[in-house]
Design a protein around this ligand. Structure first.
Ligand code: IVH
Length: 675
């Protein structure tokens, strides 16, 4: 069916709009239309094209995806070869390059060369051919003379226009640029692969290359690819600009994306400054670069200079130190952070990477270590990007020696010997010696003295740092042994302030059980949990002796918190420090019972519940007992009056029998509480 003229015009208008918004979004990074409205335009165009297939053109925005997979790649002959670049690895090599040029160009000493500078993108080079403004072919660089026809894939990249903008474009234009995968897209792609249990890409460059070499453009279309153009190959006679900078300006006008980091520089000193500036910026750019490229700006100079072998004399890449290298894992040790987190750290055969010699690399946590399956003896890829701490990227499995050794999480803290905990489903393992562990000292003491904990006025971070660094204070209990002398000896500490601190310490001894528990810094025990624990147990000894089952009887205490509390109080050193603190005179009022409580029927009686009740929930039983004046404890002790045994009672039942404490069943309990 032939389309009415009006429809044909409307279709063309839709295409113009879509191209315009595509350019704003993908090339200028300045979207002015919501995704939904952009999609609506595309859908409308698609519908009209479906109705009138005669209207479909190769460069219509609808033609980006949906091309059929190819069986194989056709070869493309580059009529102007795609050259490579010589490298300069240091300042001297760059200066030599500049001197050679000036000699060949016979410039006198006062004449500087103008250079066009751009980041050297870490992707892959492509050549894209436009005829009469329409994209007709996209090819890889290949060996520089012959590449592969990847038109079907190139067309899926939104930053590459299917039609040039403006009207003065040459009948023939072959542009060259670098296809890249921005880091965010790369990370997302790998996260998806990981989720599906598929193989991950090693780096963005490989991912970009792999994406372009797909036979099915449907796959390429899902890959987050981008492009920057950096040169012109063939161009119709009469259209060429006289300099690189002007050529790039033309590309911009035609809707082709050119690096916003590009600059026009005069002389080698400016080149060195540019290199330093881009190097400093490297980590904050959204894509990987491996250096900068300097190109002689004037094309007539380029003509004179010519090229050798496969690289032009008029350009050079000044490379950054490599960010990734391979080396061997000699050992894996565990470092304990200030919050007790154990971080596996690989000891490496020293290797020069990212501009420094690296002999340690972090593995972050056990999950990461296991996921990457790093073993002692492995050859690994180490990455050091910018000032970021070096890390192990991957293991080269092919190089794994027969005698490689798996890494196991230590059972004891390598710093203080306390038990290491790693709750199920958590990536991070931690030392449980919070109060004692030298690695955690500063943090533990700062927390202990903080306002919402023991509230020791005047003992802030700086003072704690000094007290710990000088070795005067090793545990929170040492705070209470400080003397006026100790304190006055600290930096910028007047005798008056020292006196105030001693007073504040003395004052802090009068506290509440909840504050004290919070101050101990038990993992996952915040203020609210500390309050629940103190309301339930009232007695510290009882809490310290409570097993996990007893702890879980407390409101809001689940398996994780119960396990942290239990492990904490099982550490001998933690217990010693608590004893020392109490010996220093830390006190809290025992919750006084209301006078009338004495008259309640179960006043003063201590109950312990074990096993499952049939007619009541535990919480109901507890609150009813408390209403009647009884106390419900978490574990059996000499103070226990009754143990209520439900279905499948636990060890408390045995204990009660052994200690000769009365055991009652649910029936008897119901009678007691009048239900
Ligand atoms: S100009 C004759 N500019 O580097 C000059 N190349 O080693 C040809 N590259 O194959 C290239 N960013 O893939 C140029 N801003 C840039 C570049 C760049 C990356 C790549 C390109 C080329 C390789 C040469």
């Amino acid at each position: 069916m032939t389309a009415p003229k009006q429809t044909a015009a409307h279709v063309e208008e839709l295409r113009q709009q879509i191209r315009h918004h595509n350019h704003l979004y993908y090339v200028l990074d300045d979207p002015q239309l919501s995704d939904a409205r952009y999609d609506r335009l595309l859908r409308e165009l698609g519908k009209l094209e479906a109705k009138y297939p005669d209207l479909i053109t190769e460069d219509s925005p609808t033609q980006r995806v949906g091309a059929k997979p190819v069986k194989a790649f056709n070869q493309v002959h580059h009529r102007l070869p795609m050259l490579s670049l010589d490298n300069a690895f240091d300042e001297d090599e760059l200066r030599n390059f500049d001197r050679r040029l000036r000699d060949r160009l016979k410039l006198d000493d006062s004449e500087e060369v103008e250079y066009a500078a751009e980041p050297k993108l870490d992707g892959l080079a492509v050549s894209i051919l436009y005829e009469d403004g329409s994209l007709v072919r996209g090819a890889t660089r290949g060996d520089g003379r012959t590449g592969e026809d990847v038109t079907h894939n190139i067309k899926t990249i939104h930053a590459i226009p299917l039609r040039l903008t403006g009207s003065d474009h040459p009948p023939l234009l072959e542009v060259r640029g670098e296809v890249i995968m921005p880091r965010a897209g790369f990370d997302a792609l790998n996260a998806r692969a990981r989720g599906k249990g598929e193989k991950e890409f090693v780096n963005p460059r490989n991912a970009a290359a792999g994406s372009l070499r797909q036979l099915d453009p449907g796959i390429t279309a899902q890959r987050p690819l981008d492009i920057y153009f950096y040169g012109i190959g063939e161009i119709s006679a009469g259209h060429a600009a006289p300099t690189h900078a002007m050529a790039m300006q033309l590309l911009r006008q035609w809707g082709l994306k050119v690096s916003p980091e590009s600059a026009l520089l005069t002389g080698v000193e400016q080149c060195l400054a540019y290199y330093a500036a881009i190097f400093g910026k490297r980590g904050s750019l959204p894509y990987d670069i491996d250096g900068v490229v300097f190109k002689v700006n004037r094309f007539d100079y380029r003509e004179t200079l010519g090229f050798v072998a496969r690289a032009p004399r008029w350009a050079i890449a000044q490379k950054f130190p490599a960010e990734e290298e391979t080396t061997i894992v000699k050992d894996v040790e565990f470092q304990v952070g200030r919050t007790g987190a154990l971080t596996p750290v690989a000891r490496l055969d020293p290797v020069f990477v990212g501009g420094v010699t690296v002999s340690n690399a972090t593995l972050h946590n056990m999950d990461e270590l296991q996921r990457k399956d790093v073993r002692i003896g492995d050859t690994v890829v180490v990455r050091r990007a910018g000032d970021v701490i070096p890390e192990i990227v991957s293991v080269i499995k092919k190089k794994r020696p027969g005698k490689s050794r798996k890494v196991r999480l230590p059972a004891k803290c390598p710093v203080c010997g306390a038990d290491v905990e790693r709750p199920e489903n958590e990536a991070v393992a931690r030392c449980s010696g919070g109060l004692y562990c030298p690695a955690q000292r500063k943090e533990a003491i700062k927390h202990f003295a903080s306002r919402r904990a023991m509230d020791v006025d005047g003992v802030g971070d700086k003072i704690v740092d000094q007290l710990v660094e000088t070795g005067i204070v090793k545990t929170p209990a040492d705070l209470y042994r400080l003397s006026l002398e100790n304190l006055s000896a600290l930096d910028r500490m007047a005798e008056k302030s020292a006196g105030n601190i001693l007073e504040a310490l003395e004052k802090s001894k009068q506290t509440s059980l909840a504050r004290f528990l919070f101050a101990l810094g038990i993992r996952e025990v915040g203020e609210a949990t500390a309050l629940s624990l103190s309301a339930y147990f009232t007695d510290l000894d009882e809490l310290m002796a409570a097993d996990e089952e007893a702890l879980m009887a407390v409101q809001d205490v689940g398996t994780v918190v119960a396990s942290h509390v239990r492990t904490f109080f099982q550490q001998t050193h933690n217990k010693e420090i608590i004893d020392a603190l109490l010996a220093q005179g830390i006190r809290w009022p025992v919750e006084p019972r209301a006078a009338s409580d004495d008259q309640l029927p179960l006043a003063g009686k201590v109950f312990v519940l074990t096993g499952t009740l049939d007619k009541l929930t535990r919480d109901q039983a507890k609150s009813r007992l408390r209403e009647l004046g009884a106390k419900v404890a978490g574990s059996v002790s000499r103070k226990t009056d009754f143990v209520v045994a439900g279905e499948k009672p636990g060890s408390k039942y045995e204990k009660a029998l052994n200690m000769g404490i009365s055991v009652i069943d649910e029936e008897a309990l119901l009678q007691l509480i009048g239900k």
